[in-house]
Design a protein around this ligand. Structure first.
Ligand code: IPM
Ligand code: MG
Length: 385
């Protein structure tokens, strides 16, 4: 017996189980072709799920905004708003689950969900609620737009959202004080559907360039397959240029004024998308300015891309939290469920409130506008359009 035999056996058995689980997941994806047409539902349920830290403050504000914008269809019963409580770090730790069962059941009664940020414990085995929700509701396309009109920047990122580095992120193995392994998984069906989402978006929105961003020179199997599959999908879109980029140089090019305005649509594996969309959000003015759509074929979830800022609550500054990320997420949600005109108006109002007029400015502190004041300002501005 070698001195590591027990670990080798344990880890091999662990890997076998993961491999079987992932093969089954891929089979399920391939077999499933049910798709909801979110823009043409007769009845639509929008759930609001506050989360942790400043989450409940900014989510409540986005609920007020959505209620205001959709008041007629809410009155007629076409749209139903629902509050979902219980996705808090305290509850999650108490039941030892990233999403408590009763909360998950409630989420599944909605068509679309507006979610505030949730706190993710570092280390340990508790999975991020975000990651769990994306998996449980199969929200495979994380769509993150970045716009800086003055710099001619109009980007949209399609980040694969259910696999890659994340799907087994809490299921790595470790030989204590020796080594640790995590796993990254790229499936054919999982890659095909995110790439198709990116190319379809390009086709339907007058874009003719999709950048496929990987590190396929190093991650030869997972990223190698990602780019190979992306190019296969690209063959169905002959008018769109599909080009390979490595994540490192793409990260540099996003801050290269000579190159960056040429980019339009990006598609990439999960972790690269996580990192580069924070960079993009910073270029736009900070993570507080960015909304994010998590799109699946049966459910969709829209959220802020920033964290729960627990310090703001600890320091009693919760009411000064900036709701703009949730407002952007609301705009994306409205667009996705077919309220294009209302979404356009909201986008215009946000531009006026944040960039051109700035009658109320959020600073995150006493002296700046409160979340509620800013919400009122946005609603008044929408009404004036
Ligand atoms: C994001 C966040 C999440 C992620 C965290 C909170 C798990 O950073 O939505 O980008 O890593 O995906
Ligand atoms: Mg992130």
């Amino acid at each position: 017996m070698g001195k590591y035999d027990t670990y080798v056996e344990q880890c091999t058995a662990h890997f076998k189980a993961l491999l079987e689980e992932q093969l089954e997941r891929e089979d399920r994806m391939e077999a499933d072709d049910e798709k909801k047409d979110f823009a043409n539902l007769d009845h639509i349920v929008i759930g609001f799920c506050g989360g942790d830290g400043i989450g409940p403050v900014i989510t409540a504000e986005s609920r007020r905004l959505v209620e205001f914008l959709l008041k007629d269809d809410i009155a007629s019963g076409k749209v139903e708003l629902k509050d979902i409580d219980g996705l808090t770090i305290e509850n999650r730790l108490a039941v030892g689950k990233a999403i408590p069962d009763d909360v998950l059941a409630e989420l599944k009664t909605c068509d679309v969900i507006m979610k505030g940020p949730t706190t993710t414990p570092t280390g340990g085995t508790m999975e991020s609620a975000n990651v769990a929700m994306r998996r449980e509701l199969d929200l495979y396309a994380n769509v993150r737009p970045t716009k800086v009109p003055s710099e001619d920047i109009d980007w949209i990122f399609f980040r694969e959202n259910t696999e890659g580095e994340y799907v087994l992120g809490s299921k790595g193995v470790e030989v204590p004080d020796k080594l640790a392994f995590d796993f990254k998984v790229t499936t054919k069906a999982g890659t095909e559907r995110i790439c198709r989402a990116a190319f379809e978006y390009a086709k339907n929105n007058g874009k003719d360039y999709v950048a496929i961003v990987t590190k396929a020179n190093i991650m030869k199997k997972t990223d190698g397959n990602f780019t190979k599959i992306a190019h296969e999908v690209a063959k169905d879109y002959p008018d769109i240029k599909a080009e390979d980029w490595f994540i490192d140089i793409m990260t540099a090019n996003l801050v290269n004024p000579a190159r960056r305005s040429q980019f339009q649509v990006f598609v990439m594996p999960n972790l690269y998308g996580d990192i580069i969309t924070d960079e993009a959000a910073q270029i736009q003015g900070g993570v507080g300015t960015a909304g994010s759509g998590n799109l699946g074929d049966k459910y969709c979830m829209f959220e802020a891309i920033h964290g729960s800022a627990p310090r703001m609550i600890e320091e009693g500054r919760g009411k000064y939290a900036n709701p703009c990320s949730m407002f952007k997420a609301s705009e994306m949600m409205l667009r996705h469920i077919g309220y294009i005109e209302k979404a356009d108006k909201l986008a215009k109002a946000l531009e006026i409130c944040n960039d051109t007029e700035r009658k109320y400015v959020i600073t995150g502190r006493d002296g700046g506008a409160t979340c509620e004041e800013f919400g009122n300002y946005v609603m008044e501005t929408v009404s004036s359009l």
